[in-house]
Ligand binder design. Structure first.
Ligand SMILES: *Cc1c(COP(=O)(O)O)cnc(C)c1O
Length: 347
C-alpha cells in the first residue's frame, strides 16, 4: 500500500476549461487548440487533454512522439512540434493518422516524403530563428504534393510590445498567401491577444490555459489553475541568535515560531523563493520562507498561524505573475518544474 503523499497539486479543472473557453472566444473565428507539451506544462498532459477535449478542443501540440503517444487516445488531433528525427520515423509511421509531425526543416520534409508519410503539418520560421523552414524554402516548391494539414509559425515576442510581432505577422501572411495548406496557425497565448490579424485558422495557447498571465490584456480573463499544498512535518521554536537552514542565511533576532514543510527545490520550488521571496498561506495568514529552500524541505515563519500543527496542510502562494516576480523564475518555469512527487488532485 502506498502512503498518502506529503505534497499535492490542487488543480482546478473548471478554471482550466474556463481559461480555454476565454482563449477560444478571444481567438475569434479561429479554432482554439492547446499546447500540452512537457506533460501539460507540469499539470499532467492526459488529464489536461481529456478535460479540454470534452470542452471542445480539437488540436493539441506536444514536443515529441513519446508525448504524442501518451495522449493519443484522449486527443482528437496531435501536432508533434519537433517533427521527425531519423530516430522517430518508425514510431511516427506506425502512429495513428491523427498524430502528425510538424515538419521543421527541408531534411524532415524529404525524410517524411521519401518514407511515404501521410498527413503532416509544417513549421515556417518568420523571424525567431528556432525551428522551421525559411520562407524561401517554403515557397520554393519543396512542399508540393505534401498532404499538409496546417502551416504554422511561432511568435518570438508576443508577450511584449515589440516591432518583431508585426514583422512576423506580415511575413506569415505573405507565406500563407503563397503556400497552400488546409489551415494556418501563428499564435500562442499572448499572440491571441494581439488581435484578429494574428488569429488565422488555429491558435495554440499553452501558458494562459494553466493560469499564466503573459501580458496585461490577459488579466481578469485568466484564472489560477495550480496550487501546491504541502504538509507540516514539524514545528519548532528558533531562539534569538540562532540561524535557520543551509548556510545559515537567516538569523533570528527574536524568538520565532517556525514550521518545516514537505516541499523543496527537487519539487520545482527553486531557491529563488528563499529568504522571504516565497510564502505559504494558512487561510488569510501569510507564512514567509525563512532561509534557504532545501532539496526536500522548506522552513517558514508561522508566527501568524499559532494553531498550526504537525500534519496540517498549507497552500503555497503560487499566483504565477507575482510568484515569478518574487522568485526570478518565469511563469513557464514555475509550471514546468512541478515535480513528480506531487499527488495531482483535480477538483
Ligand atoms: C509552447 C508553444 C506554444 C504555446 O506557447 P505559450 O506561450 O505557452 O502559449 C505554441 N506554439 C509553439 C510552437 C510552442 O512551442
Amino acid at each position: 500500500m502506498q502512503p498518502e503523499a506529503p505534497l499535492r497539486l490542487r488543480l482546478d479543472g473548471a478554471a482550466l476549461t474556463d481559461n480555454w473557453r476565454a482563449l477560444a472566444r478571444a481567438s475569434g473565428s479561429a479554432q482554439c487548440g492547446a499546447a500540452v507539451k512537457a506533460n501539460g506544462y507540469g499539470l499532467g498532459a492526459r488529464e489536461v487533454a481529456t478535460r479540454l477535449s470534452a470542452a471542445g478542443c480539437r488540436d493539441f501540440f506536444v514536443a515529441n512522439w513519446a508525448e504524442a503517444l501518451a495522449i493519443a487516445d484522449v486527443a482528437p488531433a496531435v501536432g508533434v512540434l519537433h517533427g521527425v528525427r531519423a530516430a522517430d520515423m518508425a514510431a511516427a509511421l506506425a502512429a495513428p493518422a491523427h498524430l502528425r509531425p510538424v515538419l521543421v526543416s527541408a531534411e524532415q520534409v524529404a525524410r517524411w516524403r521519401d518514407a511515404g508519410g501521410g498527413a503532416c503539418d509544417v513549421m515556417v520560421d518568420t523571424g525567431m530563428n528556432r525551428l522551421g523552414l525559411s520562407a524561401e524554402e517554403a515557397t520554393s516548391g519543396l512542399l508540393d504534393g505534401l498532404n499538409m494539414v496546417t502551416l504554422l509559425s511561432h511568435l518570438a515576442c508576443a508577450d511584449e510590445e515589440h516591432p518583431l510581432n508585426a514583422r512576423q505577422q506580415r511575413a506569415f501572411a505573405d507565406v500563407a498567401g503563397r503556400v497552400k495548406a488546409q489551415r494556418y496557425s501563428l499564435s500562442n497565448s499572448a499572440g491571441i491577444l494581439l488581435g484578429a490579424d494574428y488569429h488565422f485558422d488555429v491558435t495554440r495557447p499553452g501558458l494562459a490555459l494553466y493560469g499564466g498571465i503573459p501580458c496585461p490584456a490577459a488579466e481578469g480573463m485568466i484564472r489560477q489553475v495550480v496550487t501546491p499544498e504541502v504538509q507540516v512535518l514539524q514545528r519548532r521554536v528558533v531562539q534569538p541568535g540562532q540561524s535557520v537552514g543551509y548556510n545559515a542565511t537567516f538569523t533570528a533576532d527574536r524568538e520565532i515560531e517556525a514550521a518545516v514543510l514537505n516541499l523543496g527545490y527537487a519539487d520545482g520550488y527553486l531557491r529563488g523563493f528563499s529568504g522571504g521571496h516565497g510564502r505559504a498561506l494558512a487561510g488569510e495568514a501569510v507564512l514567509p520562507v525563512l532561509g534557504r529552500v532545501s532539496m526536500d524541505l522548506l522552513i517558514v515563519d508561522c508566527s501568524a498561524a499559532p494553531e498550526l500543527a504537525e500534519g496540517d496542510w498549507l497552500a503555497i502562494d503560487y499566483a504565477l505573475p507575482t510568484a515569478a516576480a518574487a522568485s526570478g523564475l518565469s511563469q513557464y518555469e514555475l509550471l514546468t518544474g512541478l515535480g513528480a512527487r506531487y499527488e495531482r488532485v483535480w477538483r
